[in-house]
Design a protein around this ligand. Structure first.
Ligand code: FPP
Length: 244
């Protein structure tokens, strides 16, 4: 194992944590600042949390950066977020690579601009050899949209004769999802006091544990993250079975 791949870890830590990073707008507004100020503060938190993952034994981190529904926000906010994503990728690329982070994007790229798509491709390529921690950024992602796109491709494969309808089962759909190479999330966290899933990893989180916490995303610290990971480690997951 390369030196950089060693993790200390918390016993029983979730292998995959998925986070709905909510509350940027309220955080900014409470300071009398525009909503984008909150998104910029939120972006900084992502790096900080990714960096703590190896020490805690969390191998996969997936963050919800922009949903298929977020296009309904004002043009100023959407354009500001897209510009933030471009800047974030450009600015963070080397550090992410050097820290052993493998970055992937999930979501539908069709509505994203060509420059952003090119940067996403470059970052995926740049970090493709990394294995220390896997960061997945959900961008123009919606779970229902993902499932619909997967079923469409599955139907096309059936029509071409590359897939038999008889053979379709749960694992087939899993293989057509954007998340095909990721394990299912063990823990899903939503910040900002809202107890909703908002179309995030619905299929994949069927047996996940959930944590809804009041902290607004820009106030989410490594210590809070560690506390959630340790709480998870104490939980008893049965996946529908009864304990022997
Ligand atoms: C939800 O808060 C947050 C978003 C829609 C954007 C999330 C984006 C980031 C954290 C920054 C960029 C991330 C990366 C990976 C570069 P909200 O705006 O709905 O907050 P509110 O509920 O208080 O209005």
């Amino acid at each position: 194992m390369p030196e950089g791949d060693k993790t200390t870890g918390c016993e029983g830590a979730p292998r995959h944590v998925a986070i709905i990073m909510d509350g940027n707008g309220r955080w900014a507004q409470s300071r009398g600042r525009p909503r984008l100020f909150g998104h910029h503060a939120g972006a900084k938190r992502v790096r900080e949390i990714v960096e703590t993952c190896p020490d805690l034994g969390v191998k996969y981190l997936t963050v919800f950066a922009f949903s298929t529904e977020n296009w309904k926000r004002t043009q100023t906010e959407v354009a500001g977020l897209m510009s933030l994503f471009r800047r974030y990728i450009t600015k963070e690329a080397r550090a992410l690579r050097d820290e052993g982070v493998r970055v992937r994007f999930i979501g539908d790229r069709v509505r994203l601009d060509a420059k952003l798509i090119a940067l996403m491709d470059e970052l995926e390529l740049l970090t493709q050899e990394n294995t220390r921690v896997h960061l997945t950024i959900a961008l123009n992602y919606g779970s229902r949209d993902e499932v619909a796109r997967a079923i469409k491709r599955m139907a096309q494969d059936v029509a071409r004769g590359d897939l038999s309808a008889e053979d379709v089962d749960e694992s087939t759909l899993t293989r057509y999802l954007d998340t095909r190479v990721l394990p299912d999330p063990d823990l899903v966290v939503r910040t900002s006091g809202e107890a909703r899933i908002s179309n995030f990893l619905l299929w994949q989180s069927a047996y996940a544990e959930y944590e809804f916490i009041d902290t607004l995303w820009p106030d989410f610290t490594a210590d809070i993250f560690e506390g959630l990971v340790r709480d998870y480690a104490r939980r008893d997951r049965r996946f529908g079975a009864v304990k022997a």
